[in-house]
Design a binder for this molecule. Structure first.
Ligand SMILES: [Zn+2]
Ligand SMILES: [Zn+2]
Length: 427
């Protein structure tokens, strides 16, 4: 089935929000049996004689016929095969650059880290870049940035979006259930992200695009629907395709909005905090979307509870001791990232005046935490922190203080710093 990126981009020309949503349209195709056509598609779209194919043993096994297809289209293929690439580091990306040498294109077969190391290498070498996606696991396929670990620190670097994004629906449907559940978790997080975006724009006048919000939401609904209707998440092809389309669209919308607002709010802040604490404390990483799905349910519970009554304002800053306990050993760097407070220009009276509208957004646009957990469970994913194995103290740090990880106004930040009883009244 065609995913018409060009038509989507055109539909946002002259957008009433006033922003110019311009982007070069990538060629995107998700189709059953696409693997055998991959060589021919690349020949037609990008040409060239030789390519570097980067994958690992898992994605190689998931992509039978890919190499033959490239061969029969006449490509000279050089291989770079990793055992199991879980972390995107600068060293790996530099290795890709070295191996790419005279190759005309870089082809990444896989998702996540495998895409990111190639995304950055292709950007540095200014070579055409192709993703052959093997699982619908996160929304970064069309991203123009790469999170790479440089000297031990996770750093977001300018990189390039692929000129061509391909996936074989047979491969997507057969991908591991936990990767699909992670993809759905990343999408479920859009409910709270979109609500945070709208609420922030009401309170501060921050740029907001109703068209982008609507398109993102529709894509999420389409991916959630088969699960609500009882589809088998392990095998259903329609579900795997809807997931892939929604994740791709969400990534494209980030690009067109010029901000990650349509995809990332309080739930992503929790996920980021957990990710950093996991790394700092030496725990094996969880999938991004697994954490986002769990966090979305937590944020939804807090938001729905908050709007049951009018806000009772207090002004409260968590004690340095509480923050040190929550963030150790990252306290200093997290606190630096958080200041100045993006809510400082918003007065209590303005929040009180907007409360009716905030209540409506939460009640009408965010499913309850219970509903979110039910969807995640039906999809075979972790729904609650204990399902994902998130330690209790980290869960608490996330639900109370994660807003500190980004300088961004969310409803969570307002609740945690100035609304009783969500902010602690004493230490
Ligand atoms: Zn995400
Ligand atoms: Zn717009």
């Amino acid at each position: 089935m065609a995913f018409d990126a060009a038509a989507l981009i055109r539909s946002l020309e002259n957008c009433p929000c006033g922003k110019k949503h311009a982007a070069k349209a990538p060629f995107v195709s998700f189709e059953k049996g696409l693997t055998g056509k991959t060589g021919a598609i690349l020949r037609e779209k990008l040409g060239g004689e030789s390519l570097l194919l980067v994958w690992d043993e898992n994605t190689k096994k998931a992509s039978p016929g890919l190499l033959e297809s490239l061969d029969s289209a006449g490509y000279r293929v050089k291989l770079l095969t990793y055992e199991n690439l879980r972390e995107a580091t600068m060293e790996v990306s530099e290795k890709v650059m070295e191996e790419a040498g005279e190759a005309d294109l870089i082809l990444s077969a896989g998702t996540g880290s495998l895409n990111d190391v190639c995304r950055y290498a292709a950007f540095r070498l200014q070579k055409p870049f192709v993703i052959f996606a093997t699982a619908p696991s996160m929304d970064g396929f069309l991203s123009g940035q790469a999170p790479l670990t440089v000297n031990g620190f996770k750093t977001t670097l300018d990189a390039k979006a692929p000129e061509v994004l391909l996936a074989d629906v047979d491969i997507l449907a057969a991908s591991p259930a936990e990767l699909k559940a992670a993809g759905l978790g990343d999408l479920i997080g859009k409910y709270t992200a979109l609500a945070d975006w709208k609420i922030a724009s009401i309170l501060t006048g921050e740029a907001y695009c109703p068209s982008i919000a609507r398109l993102t939401r529709e894509a999420v609904e389409k991916a959630v629907k088969p699960i609500r209707d009882g589809a088998d998440p392990a095998h259903d092809e329609g579900y795997a395709l809807a997931l892939m389309e929604a994740l791709t669209l969400s990534g494209l919308m980030i690009y067109l909005a010029g901000t990650s607002r349509p995809a990332s709010g309080a739930e992503h802040h929790m996920s980021h905090l957990w990710e950093m604490l996991y790394a700092a404390r030496g725990l094996a990483p969880l999938y991004h979307g697994t954490k986002v799905g769990v966090a979305a349910a937590v944020a939804s519970d807090i938001y729905h509870e908050a709007v049951r009554e009018a806000p009772c304002f207090i002004h409260h800053t968590p004690s340095p001791k509480a923050l040190e306990e929550a963030f150790h050993p990252l306290t200093e760097s997290i606190m630096r990232e958080s200041l100045p407070d993006p809510a400082s220009s918003v007065r209590d009276e303005e929040i009180a005046m907007a409360w009716g509208e905030i209540t409506r957004i939460v009640n009408e646009e965010i499913p309850t935490g219970e509903e979110i957990r039910a969807i995640l469970r039906k999809a075979g994913g972790a729904a609650a922190p204990e399902d994902a194995g998130i330690p209790g103290d980290m869960f608490e740090a996330g639900s109370k203080y994660a807003f500190y990880v980004r300088k961004r106004l969310t409803l969570m930040r307002l609740l945690r710093t100035r609304v009783e009883p969500f902010s602690e009244t004493e230490e």
